[in-house]
Design a protein around this ligand. Sequence first.
Ligand code: ISJ
Length: 124
Amino acid sequence: MNISDLDNGTGTGAGAADDAAKDAAGIDESVTAELARLRDSIDNIDAAVVHMLAERFKCTQQVGHLKARHQLPPADPGREASQIARLRQLAENAKLDPAFAEKLLNFIIAEVIRHHETIAAGEE
Ligand SMILES: C=C(O[C@@H]1C=C(C(=O)O)C=C[C@H]1O)C(=O)O
């Protein structure tokens, strides 16, 4: 920290922070620009997640119809267990909380099973 950083602007020295250009809300423009840059990336990532989920659900819908045609149960706990173990490992390697990855996968799978039950009911 620089000694000028301790200046709150009420003293004789203005201090570096006080010299920075501010936006309408009084936030430093450099901070606003950094926030906008990060939010652009977040928006791109969110779009990718939505597109990937849409593709995943297209596949799982086909699995649902295949299962219903062949009288297979909507849920497959053995398959889910191996997916969860695999995803937890991937998460750990990627420095993502494995518990969070597991919760997210369970949330998605629960929705898929609900779809499969609906498909099976329609194909009875
Ligand atoms: C898609 C399937 O059906 C269910 C949904 C799963 C998933 O969303 O990955 C996995 C297992 C099943 O409980 C499947 O059996 O492969």
